[in-house]
Unconditional design. Sequence first.
Length: 124
Amino acid sequence: MRRSYLNQLAVVIGTSKLAPTASILQPVLGKETIMTLVKEINGPVNILANPGIGGGMPPSLRELQDLGVTRLSLGSALMKASLALMKKVADELSEMGTYKILSDAPAPLPDAAIAYRMAIGSNS
């Protein structure tokens, strides 16, 4: 992104009446660009960490925190990872008649059970 574009973006957001409560959700950017947005925008900066969108892997959570990012969104990345696993299972099943990948890929069963309870809102 050109610096003049970033400055214009920051001015528009920073002078908005909603600036203190507004946020910007930006796909993966380089660290320098993220630093510029954080510095110039009078409001929280949210980063969309979705590999494949915006040119590669985003900085780590620690790096984003150090840059001043206030929120990280995974967007559809988790759903895409789940769909990719489903396709691998379907491919193995149709090509070899097996589904061994299911024993290799998921988290241990206790972790899966905990995640399911969290998803349905059960604490027990």
